[in-house]
Structures are given as C-alpha cells and as structure tokens.
Design a protein around this ligand. Structure first.
Ligand SMILES: [Zn+2]
Length: 286
C-alpha cells in the first residue's frame, strides 16, 4: 500500500525546512498568513508559508534550515507533535560540546522524541542517539507495511516454562511451518546432547498444541518477518516504535529466550500516556 499521495509537501523549494514554530516578538507562534518571525534556534528571519495547498508552516528566509538534522514536516509529523503540549514541540537542546539541535518533541518528563519519516543512515541515527541520550524513536512504518508481516505470538519471556522454549526463527512467508510457531526444548536438546554428543536431531513441537497456555501468558510479543528491512532501526540503541498508521504500535525488540528478533505490540494510547508521564526512555511501556 502506498499512502504518499495523500501527504502534502510543505515547500517544494526548501529541502528539510518547515517548522511549526517561530518567534514573533519573542513568543513561539504558529505561522499565520503574512507573519514575520525569527527562528528560535539561529535567530535568522523566518517567513510564514500559508498557501492554499500547503500545511501552514515557517521557513527560513534563506534556502536552508539551520539544523542539518531537520526533516521536512509532513502531516504525519505534525499529527504526532500535536499530541503534546505546544511548549513540548520543536525544543532546542544544547550538548556540553555546544552543539545545538531542535528535537521534534521534548516531553514534560524530559524525554526526547524524534518522529522520523525519511530513511536514515546508521551514522545519523547513532549521532542523534548520542546527542539526545534519553531518546525514543517514532518511525513512520506505513511505507514498508507491505514488506512487513506479523507472525505468531510468544509467551512472556520472564516465565520459567517459557524459558525452555527454543523458537524456530521465522524466516519465510506466513504460510510456512515456522511462521505458525515451531519450537524445540532447551532441556531436551541438553538431554539429547548428553546421550548422543554427535547428534543434531531434536524433537520439534508446534505452538498449536500449547496455544491456550501461550495466549494466557501473552504480553504482546510476536515474531515478525521484514523483507528488505531498514537495518538501522534494528541496530538502534534507543527504543524504536513503528507506526503503521493504526492504533497498534510495534516496538522492535529482541526476544531474550534464544535472542530472536521480535516486536512488542503496544496500543498507541498507552504509548502516548507513557510518553507524557515517564522521565526515562527505558521506562516507557515496560
Ligand atoms: Zn534557524
């Protein structure tokens, strides 16, 4: 599915410009037709762009935004920003080195939230993680929805019985057996190896037979398959939430039993509530 056609480009001229706020007489204000302001970060003149076919925004009077990390704002960006109080949006942060960047959102509790629509290199991703430290990523996943498939549920990995299950990693399309949930048992593998050290055959089990037990202990974990993944998100050190445009957000994780890639399903309303109330990125939706 392709949704890009519904998104409005802010400014065909300016690459990576477009801000929700500029200072007018020292006060952050949204763009209104004919208004003049200054960029709160660099102090350069900002011009209100309020054409009939663009989302109202500010742009630097020169060609470029002063922040090389700034991303041209889409409706998707502003929808996320608008979930937070206005004083939380487009907040500048200065590192001890003097480097300054403007975060999309700084929560009331001090979390930095970057809402990312465009693809990103590993270098960019890790430099932002290093810069903001207490950072949560919200990634626009709508453009890769067709190459991403959600697979079977996994039990709460903190449970003792769940820690004996060695899940077969999903590596094929949804119709395959692994996608329906197959597992070995670590205890039986150890027993087999003790009895027959050269052997490599172990009994395999189907999720189907323990579905009730797994469902009862389900806290949101699933295996998934991502064709042509955007690997930088898999290497992120700060939490990454994929937004497929529904109420169901997916956090990229590693399932600790067997260290297989998994996602954790989290409702968007719960995520927003936690982003508004928590002070540490690691405490969000625990
Ligand atoms: Zn500026």
């Amino acid at each position: 599915m392709h949704h890009d056609v519904h998104w409005m480009q802010l400014d065909s001229r300016g690459q990576g410009d477009g801000m929700q706020y500029a200072l007018v007489e020292g006060v952050p204000q949204e763009a209104t037709s004919g208004a003049n302001g200054i960029c709160g970060q660099c102090g350069a003149p900002a011009v209100a762009k309020c054409g009939p076919k663009v989302m109202h925004h500010w742009a630097h009077a020169g060609r470029k935004n002063c922040d090389p990390w700034w991303e041209n704002e889409t409706e998707w960006h502003s929808a996320w920003k608008n979930l937070f109080p206005s004083q939380c949006r487009e907040v500048s942060h200065t590192a001890p080195t003097g480097e300054v960047h403007r975060a999309d959102i700084k929560s009331p509790g001090g979390l930095y939230i970057e809402v990312q629509h465009s693809a990103m290199t590993d270098a960019e991703r890790s430099s932002r993680e290093e810069f903001y430290k207490n950072l949560v990523w919200i990634v626009d996943a709508r453009k890769f929805a067709s190459s991403f498939s959600l697979h079977h549920i996994l039990p709460d990995p903190s449970l003792e019985w769940a820690q004996d299950l060695a899940w077969v990693r999903v590596s094929r399309p949804p119709s395959s057996h692994s996608a329906n949930g197959m597992y070995f048992k670590f205890s039986l593998i150890a027993k087999d190896k003790a009895e027959w050290p050269e052997g490599n055959m172990h009994e395999v089990f189907s999720l189907h037979h323990i579905m009730g037990q797994v469902e009862a202990s389900y806290i949101g974990h699933h295996q998934y398959h991502w064709r042509r993944p955007h690997t930088t998100w898999l290497s992120a050190t700060c939490p990454v939430y994929l937004d497929f445009g529904t109420e169901r957000m997916m956090r990229l994780e590693t399932y600790p039993v067997g260290n297989i890639p998994c996602v954790r399903l989290i409702s968007k309303s719960r995520l927003i509530a936690d982003l508004l109330s928590k002070t540490s990125a690691g405490d969000v939706c625990l």
